[in-house]
Design a protein around this ligand. Structure first.
Ligand code: FMN
Length: 396
C-alpha cells in the first residue's frame, strides 16, 4: 500500500487513551497513524477501558496495549524513552488536570511526566466541563509549557447538547500530529492552492463538470500547512474533509475561481493551480430549468484561462501549473510551462494506473526551466511534499 507520509514514517508514537465518550475514535486514529508509517503503542487509563476494549486497540495497533503501572516495573520510563511523540486522544478533563499539576497516579500520567518530547492533546468533554474556568486554566498552563492542543470542535455532543467539547475528527488529529512533527521550512510563505472541479451551468439545475476529486490540491494544502505556510484553499465542489487551519474559499464556476484567485494573489507568494478548471462553459445560462421534451444543442465557449491571466500580472507569485494529459504528452506540458511563464509544471498521464482522478496515488513528472524530474508512483501526500520541496529548491 502506498500511503506512507514522510513525517510519520518510522516515528514511534505513544498514544494515551482516556475515559471519555470519544475513546472509540482512538481505534480509527491508530489505524490512520499506522497507515501514515508510524508505529503506535497505546496506553489506556482504567476509565478508558470502560469505553473501548484493550483488545480493539491491540488489533488496530498490532502492539501490546499497556494499562497497568505496576505490571512492568520499568514501563513508565521505557515507554516514553522510546517514543518520538505523545498523543492523548481523547484527553479527559481529569487527565488534563493531572498533567497540568504534575500528578502521576497511573501509567499514562506517569509516562507523561517522564516523557521529554512534544505532547499533543485532543480534549473531549461536555461543554459545561470544557468551559469550566479550572479546565481552561489547566489547558492554558499546559499550552504555556509547549503542549500542543487540537480541538475541541463546537457541535452536537454525545449527551445530546450543543457546544464546544467534541473531540476533533480523526483526520484533523492526524494532521495536527504531522504538523507538530514536520519541519517548518515554509513558515515565510503564503501559499494559494486551487483544487477540485469547476461547474459550468447550463441552466438553474444542470452543469458541466469533470472527474476531478480535488485530492491532489487538498494534499498540497495540507502539506503546506504542516510545513508552516499560511494557506488559502480555493476549492470547487468536492466531498473531501476541509483541512483545519486553511483559509477556505468555496467556489463553483471558473469565473468565480478567477475572481477569488485575483483577490488573493496580492497577498500570496506561491500559487499552486491544482484545480481542474473546466475548459468550456455554455455560452449562455438559461434562467430556469430547460424542459426535457426538446433535444438540446449546447454552444460552448472557452472559460477564462486562470494561469494565463495571472502570469500576465506585473506582481505575480511563484506559479505552479498542472498538466493532466491522456498519454505521455510531456511536450504539451513543456509548451504550457513556456506559454504561461510558469515556474513549475506538474505533468501527469491520467490514463496511467494509480494516477489521475479520484485515487490516492499519483505518478508525476516535475518540469521547470532547468530540469525534469520523474517521480515513481507515490501517495498524493508524498507528491505534494515533492512539489513543495521543488518549489523551495527553485526559490532558494
Ligand atoms: C458515560 C460517561 C462519559 C464520560 N465522558 C467524558 C468525556 O467525554 N470527557 C471527560 O473529560 N470525562 C468524561 N467522563 C468522566 C471520566 O470518565 C472520569 O472523569 C474519569 O475519572 C476519567 O479518567 P481518566 O482521565 O483517567 O481516563 C465520562 C463519564 C461517564 C460515566
Amino acid at each position: 500500500m502506498i500511503n506512507k507520509r514522510k513525517v510519520l514514517k518510522n516515528k514511534a508514537l505513544l498514544l494515551g487513551v482516556t475515559g471519555g465518550v470519544a475513546a472509540y475514535k482512538s481505534v480509527e486514529l491508530v489505524r490512520r497513524l499506522i497507515d501514515g508509517g508510524a508505529s503506535v503503542s497505546v496506553i489506556m487509563t482504567e476509565a478508558a477501558q470502560k469505553f473501548v476494549t484493550p483488545l480493539s486497540l491491540e488489533i488496530a495497533s498490532l502492539n501490546t496495549v499497556h494499562t497497568d503501572l505496576y505490571s512492568h516495573p520499568m514501563a513508565h520510563i521505557t515507554l516514553p524513552a522510546h517514543a518520538d511523540f505523545m498523543v492523548i486522544a481523547p484527553a479527559t478533563a481529569n487527565l488534563i488536570g493531572k498533567f497540568a499539576h504534575g500528578l502521576a497516579d497511573d501509567l499514562l500520567s506517569t509516562c507523561l511526566l517522564a516523557f521529554r518530547g512534544k505532547v499533543l492533546i485532543a480534549p473531549s468533554m461536555n461543554w459545561r466541563m470544557y468551559t469550566n474556568p479550572v479546565v481552561q486554566e489547566n489547558l492554558a498552563s499546559l499550552l504555556s509549557r509547549g503542549v500542543v492542543q487540537v480541538g475541541p470542535e463546537e457541535g452536537r455532543l454525545a449527551c445530546g447538547e450543543e457546544g464546544p467539547g467534541r473531540m476533533s475528527e480523526v483526520p484533523d488529529i492526524v494532521a495536527a500530529v504531522e504538523s507538530a512533527l514536520a519541519k517548518k521550512d515554509l513558515a515565510n510563505e503564503r501559499i494559494l492552492v486551487t483544487a477540485g472541479p469547476t461547474r459550468e451551468y447550463i441552466d438553474h439545475v444542470r452543469f458541466i463538470s469533470n472527474r476531478s476529486s480535488g485530492k491532489m490540491g487538498y494534499a498540497v494544502a495540507r502539506a503546506a500547512l504542516r510545513r508552516g505556510a499560511d494557506v488559502t484553499l480555493i476549492s470547487g465542489s468536492t466531498s473531501l474533509h476541509r483541512p483545519q487551519g486553511v483559509n477556505f474559499i468555496p467556489v463553483e464556476t471558473a469565473e468565480d475561481m478567477l475572481r477569488k484567485v485575483r483577490e488573493e494573489i496580492p497577498s500570496s507568494t506561491v500559487l499552486v493551480m491544482a484545480a481542474a478548471v473546466a475548459d468550456f462553459m455554455p455560452g449562455e445560462k438559461s434562467p430556469g430549468k430547460i424542459a426535457k421534451k426538446y433535444g438540446l444543442l449546447l454552444n460552448l465557449v472557452r472559460t477564462p484561462d486562470i494561469l494565463m491571466e495571472i502570469s500576465r500580472e506585473k506582481r505575480r507569485p511563484f506559479l505552479v501549473g498542472f498538466a493532466a494529459e491522456t498519454g505521455e504528452k510531456v511536450g504539451n506540458a513543456k509548451k504550457k510551462l513556456k506559454e504561461k511563464k510558469l515556474d513549475l509544471i506538474v505533468f501527469n498521464d491520467v490514463t496511467e494506473p494509480g494516477a489521475g482522478f479520484d485515487v490516492d496515488t499519483n505518478k508525476v513528472i516535475l518540469i521547470d526551466s532547468k530540469e525534469q524530474k520523474k517521480l515513481p508512483l507515490l501517495s498524493k501526500d508524498e507528491v505534494a511534499d515533492a512539489i513543495l520541496d521543488r518549489i523551495t529548491e527553485i526559490k532558494a
